[in-house]
Design a protein around this ligand. Structure first.
Ligand SMILES: *Cc1c(COP(=O)(O)O)cnc(C)c1O
Length: 385
C-alpha cells in the first residue's frame, strides 16, 4: 500500500513552466515577480499591501517589529499553534503569554481573552499585541477580538498561516487584523517552497515591513536623513534583515494562486465527505459555522475517551502501520521545554492540553483521491472498533 501523507503540495505543469521562465530571465531575485505575487495575493485577500518574505516565521518576526514589539511589551497568542506563533515575540525581546482555546473551534477563546484582559488591566500588564491563529484554516472570532482590541488598545497580528483563501463574515480572512500573516510551506494551502507574506491596509506598517525585510535600507531620497553623495546613494535607516523571497519562488506562488480555486474546491469536497462518512464514529469532528468558511488546511479529529483514556495513541499507530500519514497538531507551545524554562507548566492552559491528548490530523490535500480517502476512513473505522 502506498503512503498517504497528512498533507502535500500540488504542483501543476503550469507551475513548473512559470518557474522555468524565471530561470531563463535576467532576474532570479529582486525582479518583477515578487511585486506581481504580492499584488495578486493581496488582491485575493482584499488587502492594500502585501510584503512577501522568506517564510511565515520571518513574516511574524517582521510584523511584530513593525507593531513595536520589544522589551517591556507582552504578546499573547494561542497555545494550540506551531511554535513560530510565539517565538516571534521572543525574537524581539518581548514577553510571551498565552490565551487558552475554545474547545469547539480550537482557536483562541474570546471568553478566556476577555477574562485575561480584565485581569491584566487591573495589574497594569495589558498586552501590546495579540496573535490569534486561524487553526486548521478555520477563521477566529475576529469581530469580538477586534472589539476587545479597540477597547484595550492592543494590536492584532493574525497568524493565518493555515487560512489562505478562508473567509469570515463574507470577507477574506485577515481583514480585521492590523497585520495578517500567511505561510507558503509545501504542506500549506499554496506553496512557494519556503515563503510567507504580511498583509496590511496600513501604509506606514507596510513601509516599515518593507524596510525590515531588506536590511533596513532605503533607496528613496525622501526617506533619507543626510546629504546625498550621489545617485548611487542608499541609507540604512533602521536595523533590518535579509528576509526577501526570490523571483523563482514568487513565480511559483503566482502560478499557485491561479490554480487555487480548483484546489480549494477539492479540499472542501473532501472535508465535507469526511464530515458525512465519519459522523457515526466516536469522534469529535472539526467545527462548522455558517458565518465563515475554512481553508481546510488540516482535518483534525478528536478521539473520544474510553474509561477516561483516549485511544489516540492506538489509533495513531494503527493508521501509521497501514501507511497512512496521520499527525498531531499541536503539542501546546507552553509545554515545550524551552517554554517550561520561562515558567510555563502543565495545567496552565487546560483546554489546549485536553484537546492535545485527543487530537489526530488525518490526511487532507488537494491531490487526494476519493480512493485514498476511503482507505483512511476504512482504516480509521477498524482502528476504533
Ligand atoms: C507553518 C506555520 C508557521 C510557520 O510557517 P513557515 O512558513 O514554515 O515559517 C507559523 N504559524 C503557523 C500556525 C504555521 O502553521
Amino acid at each position: 500500500m502506498t503512503f498517504i501523507p497528512y498533507s502535500c503540495q500540488d504542483i501543476s505543469e503550469e507551475d513548473i513552466d512559470a518557474v522555468v521562465a524565471v530561470l531563463r530571465s535576467p532576474f532570479l531575485t529582486q525582479g518583477p515577480m515578487v511585486p506581481e505575487f504580492e499584488e495578486r495575493f493581496s488582491s485575493m485577500h482584499r488587502a492594500r499591501h502585501g510584503i512577501a518574505v522568506t517564510n511565515a516565521t520571518a513574516a511574524l518576526h517582521v510584523a511584530c517589529l513593525a507593531l513595536g514589539a520589544g522589551p517591556g511589551m507582552t504578546v499573547w497568542t494561542s497555545p494550540n499553534s506551531f511554535v513560530a506563533s510565539a517565538n516571534c515575540a521572543r525574537y524581539c525581546g518581548a514577553k510571551i503569554d498565552f490565551v487558552d482555546i475554545d474547545p469547539v473551534t480550537r482557536n483562541m477563546s474570546v471568553s478566556h481573552l476577555t477574562e485575561k484582559l480584565e485581569k491584566a488591566e487591573k495589574n497594569g500588564n495589558l498586552p501590546g499585541i495579540v496573535i490569534p491563529v486561524d487553526f486548521s484554516g478555520f477563521p477566529c472570532d475576529m469581530q469580538e477580538i477586534r472589539a476587545l482590541a479597540d477597547q484595550y488598545g492592543f494590536k492584532i497580528l493574525s497568524d493565518s498561516s493555515h487560512a489562505v483563501g478562508a473567509s469570515y463574515l463574507g470577507e477574506p480572512v485577515g481583514r480585521m487584523a492590523d497585520i495578517s500573516v500567511f505561510s507558503f510551506h509545501p504542506v500549506k494551502i499554496i506553496t512557494t517552497g519556503e515563503g510567507g507574506i504580511c498583509l496590511t491596509d496600513n501604509e506606514m506598517l507596510a513601509e516599515k515591513m518593507r524596510l525590515i525585510r531588506s536590511h533596513g535600507i532605503t533607496r528613496d531620497p525622501s526617506a533619507m536623513s543626510g546629504e546625498l553623495d550621489g545617485p548611487w546613494c542608499y541609507e540604512q535607516v533602521t536595523l533590518g534583515f535579509n528576509y526577501r523571497l526570490t523571483d523563482i519562488q514568487a513565480a511559483l506562488g503566482t502560478s499557485q494562486i491561479a490554480g487555487h480555486d480548483r484546489r480549494a474546491a477539492t479540499r472542501s469536497a473532501l472535508a465535507t465527505r469526511y464530515d458525512r462518512r465519519l459522523a457515526g464514529l466516536p469522534l469529535k469532528l472539526p467545527a462548522r459555522s455558517g458565518d465563515r468558511a475554512s481553508a481546510h488546511h488540516l482535518y483534525v479529529i478528536e478521539v473520544d475517551t474510553v474509561r477516561g483514556e483516549s485511544k489516540r495513541l492506538e489509533v495513531f499507530e494503527s493508521l501509521r502501520s497501514e501507511n497512512i500519514g496521520v499527525n498531531v497538531h499541536y503539542i501546546p507551545i507552553h509545554l515545550q521545554p524551552d517554554y517550561r524554562r520561562l515558567g510555563f507548566a502543565a495545567g496552565d492552559f487546560p483546554a489546549s492540553e485536553r484537546y492535545y491528548k485527543r487530537a489526530l490530523s488525518i490526511p487532507l490535500f488537494a491531490t487526494m483521491s476519493e480512493d485514498q480517502q476511503d482507505r483512511v476512513i476504512e482504516a480509521l473505522t477498524r482502528a476504533l472498533n
